[in-house]
Design a protein around this ligand. Structure first.
Ligand SMILES: C[S@@+](CC[C@H](N)C(=O)[O-])C[C@H]1O[C@@H](n2cnc3c(N)ncnc32)[C@H](O)[C@@H]1O
Length: 309
C-alpha cells in the first residue's frame, strides 16, 4: 500500500468559492482523506496517496499545488539540493529569515533561481512549506474555440469546460456524457484529461462540427426523446441550450430543462454538472434544493450558473 502524504493547494481571490469547490472535488476524485479548509482562507489541505499529485495538472483555478514538507523532513527531502521560493502572505520577511534559513541550514540546500531542483512554496501564516507539483502550464489562448476546425458562438470557454469536468469528480477512463454537446468544448477538455466521452446533439451541423474538433463519439439524436434514460456514463456534464444563437426544441423552456435534468427526470446518473443562465435558476427554486450553485457574470446581459448535484 502506498504511504500517505500531505498536500495543499492555494487559490486566488477571483471566483473564490468556485476555485475552492474545484479543488475539493479534485481531492475527492482521488480519494483524499481529511480535506480541510475554512471559508475565508485561500488554502485547502488534504492527505492521501501520491495519486493526489494529479490534481496539480487538472485544476484550473488553483494557483499553486504542493506536497507539504514537515520540518523533520527537511534534511531528507532537500539534502544538497537547490531550490527557489514562492512566498505567500504578508509575513514574507519571517518566511525568508526563519523558514528559508532553516531549510538551508538543516539540509545544506542552496537557493537558486535558475533551474533549481525544487520550487518551494512557503505560506508562513498557515505554517506551510511544500514542494510545488504540476508541470503543465496550459496556454489557454491556444485553446480558444475560434481556433478549432469548427466554431460556433455558443462554444464555452475551455477553462469553464475543464472546471465543470473537474466538479463532476471523474477520473481517467471514466465516461462522461454531454447530451447537448454543441461544438464539443466540454468533451474536448475531458478527453485531454484522459476521460472517455460521448456527445449528443440534435443538430446535424453541430454533430459534424464536434467530430471535426476531435470529439471521439458523437451521436445525432434528440436528447429529450432517447429511450434509454439510465445511462452507463459516470457523470453528465453539459451546457444546456439558451440564447438566440442556439437551437432549442420547440415548446421546450430552458428552465424546465434544467429542472428536469437535475431532478434526474431525463437521465439517471449519479453526478451531474449543468451550466445554465441565472434567470433559469431563479425559476426552479424547488429543484435546486440540495444542489451546489456557482454564478459568475459573463457580460452585462448574461450571468452564467453552474449547478452541481
Ligand atoms: C449551449 S449549446 C452547447 C455548447 C457547447 N457547450 C460548446 O462548447 O460548443 C447547446 C446545444 O444543445 C443542442 N440541443 C438543443 N436541443 C437539443 C435536444 N433536444 N437534443 C440534443 N441537442 C440539443 C443545440 O443544438 C446546441 O448545440
Amino acid at each position: 500500500m502506498s504511504s500517505s502524504r500531505k498536500y495543499f493547494g492555494i487559490i486566488g481571490k477571483k471566483l473564490h468559492s468556485l476555485a475552492k469547490a474545484e479543488l475539493v472535488s479534485l481531492f475527492k476524485t482521488y480519494q483524499a482523506r481529511s480535506i480541510q479548509y475554512d471559508h475565508l482562507s485561500s488554502v485547502v489541505r488534504a492527505e492521501g496517496s501520491a495519486e493526489l499529485e494529479r490534481v496539480a495538472n487538472r485544476a484550473v483555478l488553483t494557483k499553486y499545488f504542493a506536497e507539504q514538507i514537515e520540518e523533520d523532513e527537511y534534511e531528507k527531502r532537500f539534502h544538497g539540493k537547490t531550490f527557489s521560493c514562492i512566498l505567500f502572505g504578508t509575513d514574507k520577511k519571517i518566511a525568508l529569515e526563519v523558514l528559508v534559513k532553516k531549510i538551508k541550514e538543516r539540509a545544506s540546500a542552496k537557493v537558486c533561481l535558475n533551474n533549481p531542483d525544487f520550487h518551494v512554496i512557503i505560506h508562513p501564516k498557515e505554517n506551510l512549506v511544500g514542494i510545488k507539483k504540476g508541470s503543465q502550464r496550459i496556454n489557454w489562448l491556444l485553446r480558444r474555440p475560434n481556433l478549432r476546425n469548427f466554431f460556433h458562438p455558443s462554444a464555452l470557454d475551455p477553462r469553464l469546460c475543464r472546471i465543470m469536468v473537474n466538479l463532476a469528480r471523474i477520473r481517467e477512463n471514466d465516461l462522461i456524457l454531454d447530451p447537448f454537446c454543441g461544438t464539443g468544448g466540454i468533451l474536448l477538455e475531458a478527453q485531454r484529461m484522459g476521460i472517455r466521452t460521448i456527445g449528443l446533439d440534435v443538430v446535424k451541423k453541430m454533430c459534424g462540427g464536434a467530430k471535426q474538433n476531435g470529439v471521439e463519439e458523437v451521436v445525432r439524436c434528440d436528447s429529450l426523446k432517447i429511450p434509454i434514460k439510465k445511462s452507463s456514463a459516470h457523470a453528465i456534464v453539459t451546457d444546456i441550450p439558451y440564447g438566440f444563437s442556439t437551437y432549442i426544441s420547440p415548446n421546450t423552456l430552458s428552465h424546465k430543462l434544467v429542472s428536469d435534468l437535475i431532478s434526474r427526470k431525463i437521465y439517471a446518473v449519479k453526478r451531474m454538472v449543468v451550466m445554465c443562465k441565472d434567470s433559469d435558476l431563479e425559476k426552479i427554486s424547488d429543484a435546486k434544493v440540495g444542489c451546489e450553485t456557482y454564478c459568475y457574470r459573463q457580460h452585462k446581459s448574461l450571468t452564467r450558473c453552474i449547478v452541481v448535484t
